[in-house]
Design a protein around this ligand. Structure first.
Ligand code: DX5
Ligand code: ZN
Length: 218
């Protein structure tokens, strides 16, 4: 199956110097850069849009894993694709036409991911398994960094891993990932780990140790 990916979420970075922060997590060994886009409508918080993504794009060559917590999604796919996303994922709860959105993302030459909230059953994505590059299972309710890992999602991780079979799909988790919780998700079959507070705590001098602690645990 796919290699381990550690994807620090810049939601926990210092927004007053995002370029520097992105360089710092790149140098500290991040595999992917996870970008959390929130609209104050689909989730009760607001972060940043495509112009901010575009501004940080020149600061790293690493893979931009863009997590859209917005509704509707389709009107913004092109802007995020052009801003430099490598993969765009969106919530299956965000609208009635997730398959159309997958097609739109792929039509821009980008990888496409489907996200499930903790309370959504995996049957919602089963018909689209041949059309996705990544499945992201939320291990917190989306909107804020620093929340606790929801343990009941671990069984869903195992069910989704089984459902994926031998398809080349990345299985990512997001929320409350730490050196204590990442191994639970890894054992259930996750290979990609978003981490915000666990990476950014302690400031830039600690990023490398924080990332390798999660990597070793996973
Ligand atoms: C939550 C975001 C997460 C969040 C993770 O809505 O999608 O990516 O930043 O933060 P931690 O790792 O602090 O739970
Ligand atoms: Zn996220």
């Amino acid at each position: 199956s796919a290699p381990i990916r550690i994807a620090p979420s810049i939601l926990s970075a210092d927004f007053s110097k995002l370029g520097e922060e992105v360089r710092a997590i790149d140098a500290a060994g991040a595999d992917w850069i996870h970008c959390d886009v929130m609209d104050g409508h689909f989730v009760p918080n607001i972060t940043f849009g495509p112009d901010v993504l575009k501004a940080i794009r020149p600061h790293t060559k690493k893979f931009f894993d863009v997590h859209l917590m917005i509704a509707p999604v389709d009107p913004y796919v092109e802007a995020f694709a052009k801003a430099g996303a490598d993969l765009i994922s969106f919530h299956v709860e965000a609208g009635p036409h997730p398959h159309r959105t997958l097609q739109a993302i792929r039509s821009h030459g980008k990888k496409a991911g489907l996200v499930l909230n903790p309370g959504t059953h995996e049957s919602a994505i089963e018909p689209m398994l041949d059309d996705v590059d990544l499945i992201l299972l939320m291990t917190v309710n989306p909107g804020f960094g620093g929340q606790s890992f929801i343990h009941s999602v671990v069984e869903k991780i195992a069910r989704v891993r089984a459902m994926i079979g031998d398809r080349p799909i990345e299985l990512e988790i997001d929320g409350g990932a730490t050196p204590e919780t990442a191994p639970l998700a890894a054992r259930a079959g996750a290979n990609a780990f978003v981490a915000g507070s666990a990476v950014f705590k302690g400031g830039p001098a600690a990023y490398a140790d924080n990332i390798s602690a999660i990597r070793r645990a996973a």
